[in-house]
Design a protein around this ligand. Structure first.
Ligand code: 0L1
Ligand code: MG
Length: 262
């Protein structure tokens, strides 16, 4: 690691304050070009501990930048991992207040809930399939704290991978009845189709993202615990939204997930 514990604590406070006050900031590697990957995840871990110390529960794990469309959109080639907290959840069909956000974007995601722990190294799609309790659809609302979504990978990892809000659909399905690679997703904004893809857009198979997460955590002596909600990443590029917009993501076999931005 290249940053001191004091600098890491200062950057965690800086980024979390930007999130909670809906205020954008410049990417932190501008001031700290020496920051390495461990520093980036240490800042994210500290943001998580700050939230948990205030009583906010961590209710899920997320993989981001996993689809080819998103990697192209953001000009990167590696997935990133983060977490979601209880206060970020919004009900299906509910309202999302844009005054609490900086420049939200939506992405449709295939998600899973596990029934057995997953630990790398060596975790693969087969192990993930065996550990899945059920599959659910969701829409993630990302909101980079960085001005104009301009960042590099280390800065975005520190910023908890732009996690902001999420809406989970109400239909859960057993994984053995689904082909997650060919499962189609259509994303509509204000009644118009704005993006579409199949599950294979996420790293060839969305569960590859879960295996990569388990391997990432395993390298740090951690695991995906049984009962975890895991978001595998947007199947399409993220779509900008503003107050007045309605969004609905239609998932083949999994139902739809809708919300309004106010
Ligand atoms: O969930 C995601 O794919 C977001 C990853 C962070 C990059 C971004 O803000 O687009
Ligand atoms: Mg996402």
């Amino acid at each position: 690691m290249k940053l001191t514990p004091q600098t890491i604590a200062g950057l965690a406070a800086h980024l979390e304050s930007a999130e909670l006050n809906a205020r954008d900031v410049t990417k932190i590697t501008d001031e700290h070009p020496e920051m390495d990957w461990d520093d980036a995840y240490a800042i994210q871990d500290l943001i998580r501990r700050r939230k948990e110390a205030r009583g906010q529960r961590t209710v899920g794990l997320k993989a981001g930048l996993t689809s080819f469309a998103k990697m192209k959109q953001m000009g990167v080639d590696t997935p990133v991992f983060g977490f979601v907290s209880d206060y970020m959840a919004r009900p299906e069909g509910g309202e999302i207040k844009t005054s609490e956000l900086i420049h939200p974007r939506v992405e449709a995601e295939i998600c899973v809930v596990t029934k057995a722990p997953l630990r790398g190294p060596g975790c693969h799609v087969g192990a993930v399939l065996a550990a899945i309790d059920f599959v659910v659809p969701a829409v993630e609302i990302i909101d980079s704290r960085y001005r104009d979504f301009k960042f590099d990978l280390k800065s975005v990892i520190a910023d908890n991978t732009s996690a902001s809000r999420f809406v989970v659909g109400s239909r859960m399905r057993a994984v053995d009845g689904l082909d997650l690679r060919t499962l189609g997703v259509v994303l509509e904004k204000n009644g118009k189709i704005v993006a579409m893809a199949a599950g294979a857009a996420v790293l060839g198979h969305p569960l590859t993202a879960v295996a990569m997460l388990a391997n990432h955590l395993g390298a740090r002596g951690q695991e995906i615990p049984a009962g975890s909600f895991v978001m595998t990443g947007g199947v399409t590029e993220a779509i900008a939204v503003q107050a007045g917009d309605s969004v609905i993501a239609r998932f083949q076999d999994l139902g739809s997930v809708g919300m309004r931005f106010v």
